[in-house]
Design a protein around this ligand. Structure first.
Ligand code: PDD
Length: 278
């Protein structure tokens, strides 16, 4: 039995109910975060919580707790559920109100939910790498907001899944943006390339930690978007996310990356990343 937060109540998951006119349910009118937990320790929780508040702010959703209180609630949930390694999922929606597209006038209380899931680190993928495919980036123009509206990502990931691939690498025309649920990176002749932070991608927390690793190991970073052609001709490719950490990409469509196994720089980044884990 596992506990969850529903607003300010810590309760059994089975006892939690959500209203059918919750704007998250009807419009995807809300935001979410996924925070990794290693051996009972939250990783980069502060950065995730900061992003949660920034995204809520962008959508004018008012979170009725301070950041400190939120941190405490998440910590308490992990303790209560005796979570070892896994993650916390949290989301907040604009709340329950009669259905209108515009914001409801009576300022409903936001609906906050958080729960934990056990899950081992993806050691196989980290070691051997994963296959990916290109997919058109059909998402909206505010991908910097971690919105509950994920259909563009869901459809791309499903196509990848049907083709036995782990991730869909998204592109707008010729420009590679990010993965359907990850950021993507290429290394060519000892330089790392990745899409700059703007409205076309989510500023990944793992991306930030990984860039710190690059500085530590002396790998120069250029935050410039790659074309599909450039992406396919990189010496090494990898993706990052909270649950995927630093996962090597060994294939994109029909193109085998480098030698078909994770490259030297990627290994070094993985080691530097691993050294930061709690
Ligand atoms: N996805 N880009 C997109 C579109 C994402 O959905 C994610 C994360 C990232 C990486 O962000 P971070 O490093 O902060 O996890 C980039 C989460 C894990 C998910 O949807 O499950």
């Amino acid at each position: 039995m596992s506990k969850i937060w529903l607003n300010e109540q810590l309760m059994e998951q089975q006892q939690a109910t959500v209203q059918i006119e919750d704007r998250g349910f009807q419009f995807g009118d809300g935001i979410y975060e996924v925070i990794k937990v290693y051996n009972g320790n939250l990783f980069t929780a502060e950065q995730h919580i900061d992003r949660f508040y920034r995204c809520a702010d962008e959508l004018k959703i008012v979170i009725p707790y301070t950041k400190d209180k939120m941190h405490q609630m998440i910590y308490e949930l992990v303790e209560e559920n005796e979570l070892g390694t896994g993650h916390v999922y949290m989301q907040i929606t604009r709340g329950v109100a009669p259905r209108t597209h515009y914001f409801p006038g009576n300022n409903p209380q936001a609906t906050f939910v958080a729960y934990t899931t056990e899950g081992a680190r993806p050691v196989n993928n980290l070691k051997n790498g994963v296959k990916t495919i290109f997919q058109d980036d059909i998402r909206w123009l505010r991908c910097d907001i971690k919105s509950l509206n994920l259909l563009g990502a869901v459809l791309a990931k499903q196509t990848a899944h049907e083709q036995g691939c782990y991730e869909a690498v998204l592109h707008r025309d010729e420009i590679v943006t990010e993965g359907s649920s990850s950021n993507v990176f290429g290394i060519k002749e000892g330089v790392l390339y990745t899409h700059p932070i703007n409205n076309y991608i989510l500023n990944g927390i793992t991306r930030m930690v990984m860039l710190e690793c690059c500085r530590e190991i002396g790998l120069p970073v250029v935050e410039e978007a790659m074309t599909k052609t450039q992406f396919k001709s990189m010496d090494e490719l990898f993706l990052t996310s909270t649950t995927s950490e630093v996962t090597p990409i060994v294939q994109i469509d029909e193109v085998v990356v480098g030698e078909g196994h994770p490259g030297e720089w990627t290994r070094k980044i993985q080691q530097a990343f691993e050294a930061k884990l709690p």
